[in-house]
Design a protein around this ligand. Structure first.
Ligand SMILES: Cc1cc2nc3c(=O)[nH]c(=O)nc-3n(C[C@H](O)[C@H](O)[C@H](O)COP(=O)(O)OP(=O)(O)OC[C@H]3O[C@@H](n4cnc5c(N)ncnc54)[C@H](O)[C@@H]3O)c2cc1C
Length: 481
């Protein structure tokens, strides 16, 4: 006999948890199926929270933030072990598990442990370890099964010497030399973490810049900091022709003939959707070549009662957006008339060393689209708070329209970037112009105050632009004698 619910959610990552809670909050009976022993998905178990905790741990144990500030070496331990490194991560992950358990319990969500697959569009079978299978039927389904690291066949993954970002958390020792393949978010974040610990890191990217989605000045700032401050060797525009493991060492061969040897190779170039195990062929739900489920603006799949949210639908594949997508999906599924769309202004945070965050349109993108924009920049070097905490390389940047000073984008590099970015994000949401920052009062001394100086810089650049165009106009009107 099948059990029946209003909603069946598959996956307990950020999308699954928040989607389940949203529907339950409005009185729906909800069943949540998770194949892993603990909830939280990649966000809690292999991705967001572990990597951010490890970053804090690496910065603390290595004393990187305070190095040079007080004339003493702030390195907490000279020989950091994997135990030191992982200790805090375990505690934070435990706390996250408890919080998710409590949230699902509070909302009276029924939980089933096991791997779900569809028998027909309204029935899933849950395969459970050493227990009978269970059948669940529901009016509505939410697919929230996330994604996994891509494993190209030419890379000899062994979980020990050649690893992906999931395996990186179960390394038994900190490598002395590490090669990271992939200059996207995950590769750059791990380069900072291991670089801070003193590991000799080589970061290889096939593109000509790190984090290609950012403005060039931001990705250059990242490359310079990784190289200068952490000693990371950054190799750009380089194809990897193969990876070979011999004994306890791995060699990465580059297309130009170079070979780099290391104790560990971390491959983090690409992810694919966890849809193959769901037997979606029994439902009419369509996926693309990388396993991502196709959805419309309300996160409805090609089968009307089956919704999908989070990494399983692909870009932007963030915990932050996964939660909101799932809540919106459930509001559409049950016509809750509560949260029918996700905010259009999406902040984007990268916990590299230094931290980077952006919102709205970048300068490069705006210029490529032919939008007449001007920018304003302010360095943390000239900001008293930046001097106090020793972050003198950071900066804020505002991108605004040259004709009416409307703010259309912003970015921050440096300490607290991922928090600070919410200030311009809010300003963009409310259609603020540069004048908002000129008039606003910020606590002093704070990094936030740098936005005001970026606005002043923007006004000066604008003035120079106007002066230049007036001079050019005057020249063109001057009669030739
Ligand atoms: C190293 C790393 C760092 C990251 N850092 C950030 C960050 O700083 N900020 C940010 O916003 N995002 C970050 N992300 C991305 C973030 O982790 C994901 O976007 C987020 O976890 C996606 O949530 P989800 O609910 O869609 O899927 P997931 O969190 O992947 O959860 C999916 C769940 O579904 C379960 N499942 C799969 N198939 C089945 C099945 N057949 N039956 C039952 N259960 C199943 C899985 O076991 C899993 O628990 C990071 C990711 C990585 C890998």
């Amino acid at each position: 006999m099948a059990e029946r619910y209003d909603l069946c959610v598959i996956g307990s990552g950020p999308a699954g948890e928040k989607g389940a809670a949203q529907a339950a909050y409005f009185g729906k009976s909800v069943c949540l199926i998770e194949r892993a022993p603990r909830p939280g998905g990649a966000a809690v178990n292999t991705g967001t929270i572990p990597s951010k905790t490890l970053r804090e741990t690496a910065l603390y144990l290595s004393g990187l933030r305070q190095r040079g500030l007080y004339g003493v070496d702030y390195r907490i331990k000279s020989d950091i072990t994997i135990g030191d490194f992982m200790h805090r991560e375990r505690a934070v992950v435990e706390a996250a598990w408890q919080q998710i358990d409590a949230n699902l319990e509070r909302h009276r969500v029924t939980r089933v442990q096991g791997a779900a697959r569809f028998l027909d569009p309204y029935t899933v079978e849950v395969e459970r370890v050493q227990q009978e299978t269970r059948r669940i039927q529901a009016e509505v389904f939410l697919l929230a099964t996330g994604s996994r690291p891509s494993h190209p066949p030419e890379i000899p993954f062994d979980g020990r010497i050649v690893v992906d970002s999931d395996d990186a958390l179960s390394l038994t020792q900190i490598p002395k030399r590490l090669v990271i393949i992939g200059g996207g978010v995950i590769g750059c974040e791990y380069a900072g973490i291991f670089g801070a610990l003193g590991v000799r890191v080589t970061l290889i990217n096939s593109r000509e810049r790190l984090l290609m989605q950012l403005d060039a000045d931001l990705s250059d700032a990242l490359r310079v900091e990784l190289t200068r401050r952490l000693g990371v060797q950054v190799i750009l525009d380089a194809g990897v022709s193969g990876v070979r493991v011999e004994g306890d060492l791995a060699s990465v061969m580059l297309a130009d003939g170079r070979e780099i040897t290391a104790d560990c190779v971390l491959y983090c170039a690409g992810r694919e959707g966890n849809s193959d195990s769901l037997q979606l062929e029994n439902t009419g739900v369509k996926t693309n070549a990388r396993g991502f489920v196709q959805v419309d603006a309300s996160y409805r799949s090609t089968t009307a009662h089956i919704f999908a949210a989070g990494d399983i639908i692909g870009f932007p594949a963030l915990a932050s957006t996964a939660m909101e997508q799932a809540r919106v999906a459930m509001c559409h599924a049950f016509d809750l008339k509560y949260k029918m769309q996700m905010g259009a202004v999406l902040p984007y945070g990268v916990w590299t060393v230094p931290e980077i965050a952006t919102v709205g349109m970048g300068e490069d993108e705006a210029r490529a689209k032919g939008i007449a924009v001007e920018i304003g920049k302010a360095s943390f070097r000239t900001n008293p708070r930046g001097q106090i905490i020793g972050d003198t390389e950071g900066f804020v940047k505002l991108v605004f329209k040259a004709d009416d000073k409307l703010l259309i984008g912003a970015s921050v590099v440096g300490d607290g970037a991922c928090e600070l970015i919410h200030i311009p994000a809010t300003a963009i949401h409310f259609n603020a112009t540069l004048d908002y920052f000129i008039e606003a009062v910020f606590n002093y001394p704070t990094l936030s105050d740098a936005f005001k100086y970026a606005a002043y810089d923007g006004l000066q650049r604008l003035q120079r632009r106007i002066s230049r165009s007036m001079e050019a106009r005057a020249r063109s009107l001057t009669p030739i004698a």
